[in-house]
Ligand binder design. Sequence first.
Ligand SMILES: C[S@@+](CC[C@H](N)C(=O)[O-])C[C@H]1O[C@@H](n2cnc3c(N)ncnc32)[C@H](O)[C@@H]1O
Length: 425
Amino acid sequence: MITLTELTKAYEDGKALYEAMLEDHEAAAFRTTEEYGSDPVNTVSLGDNLDHMMYLLKEKDMAGKIQLIYVDPPFFSSGKYQASIRLESEILGKSSLMKLEAYDDNWSKGMPQYLTMLTARLFAMKELLADTGCIWMHLDWHGVYYVKVIMDQIFGEANFINEIIWTYKSGGSSKKSFAKKHDTLLVYGKSRKYKFNPLTEKSYNRGLKPYRFKGVEEFCDDVGWYTMVNMKDVWSIDMVGRTSAERTGYATQKPEKLMERIIASCTDEGDLCADFFAGSGTLGAVCEKMGRRWMMCDEGELSVSGQIHRLGKLGSSFKVERATCDSEGSLGYSMSGGLINLISYKAAMPVGLGDYEDELRRYMNEDSLCMVKCWSAGRLDEDGVHRADGVFCDSWGINEVDGFSEDISIIGYDVFGRRVSGMPE
Ligand SMILES: C[S@@+](CC[C@H](N)C(=O)[O-])C[C@H]1O[C@@H](n2cnc3c(N)ncnc32)[C@H](O)[C@@H]1O
């Protein structure tokens, strides 16, 4: 619950926070620590997204450069969200499915604190958006009505384009209410010149029979006869299922089909798209498949390491930027005859693993390399950037690398999302 006075104050506080950060001449220091592939234009960033957007505005001259911003923040649900992992070892087989904390959607100071957080970020996003760009804000009933008021204020009511209802089958059932089975996406243009590519969908004929109207093209599939019509604002798309190939294990992962529609409707090939609450990296993965450039930011290590893994698997070229760069463990390796052999993984066990601790310790002791999620071998440049051709996700036993000498650099990510670096053994 929030009063109208509190709503106004939350907006004013968010605006003041954004303006103060813009004035504060010291932009947050993000730096590139890794580059994968040749000439990467895409980025994965670890850190708070307001800091990151300030860095883009002040250090990277990115104002007005982004065509699409997709925002899928915590929904003010009072929930804690997890990422599932399952270790795979040749010695011990598959572990049980373990859940690690990914992010928290609890706000000690309630809705005003949440809205202040979003308001500051929405001002920064507006600045980053191209004149022809669009912003998509993905929320549900918890906060969407308050955020609509705030977005009308920031982007202008005249720039409101659509309220998309995304409806799905899973979750939301109750004996005391109708089942809550939709999210709401608010769409705004930066200006009335926004780019929009109309999409179409099937509309089945009454009785599923052909109408044979003059000049109307009709089609037939397994269900029956239909025409193609302009897409409506209610989208029925399944959530990412438990057995779906696109499932990463990151809670609240959004389906690629949803992202495909968003990207197709307001960008063209080569356009730059951004997600500053990127989670499992769905926006980047779909941009990669659709030939768009992308940038993603998240403050969670599990999220960012998951994005590196997901985009690495797609063979994408990208940079990794971060505000702080600590390696929290080591990957022991040996080199001979152009072969790199990962031998061991060593790191302290994170705290708070609860029931999973004994099992994880057993896997760590008996087959430590199964704790490594992905890794890469490359060179460390004078500027301290690890440059590699790609990320290895499925094989971390042996890899052949040509022409590497003393400046070899090995970087990996463990199943807890921590960055680990190579040590010759
Ligand atoms: C709902 S999830 C995004 C899910 C994503 N769309 C996907 O398909 O996987 C929200 C994400 O926002 C991140 N987040 C929350 N506050 C943030 C902040 N201030 N800066 C950066 N990331 C933040 C969380 O860590 C979480 O991963």
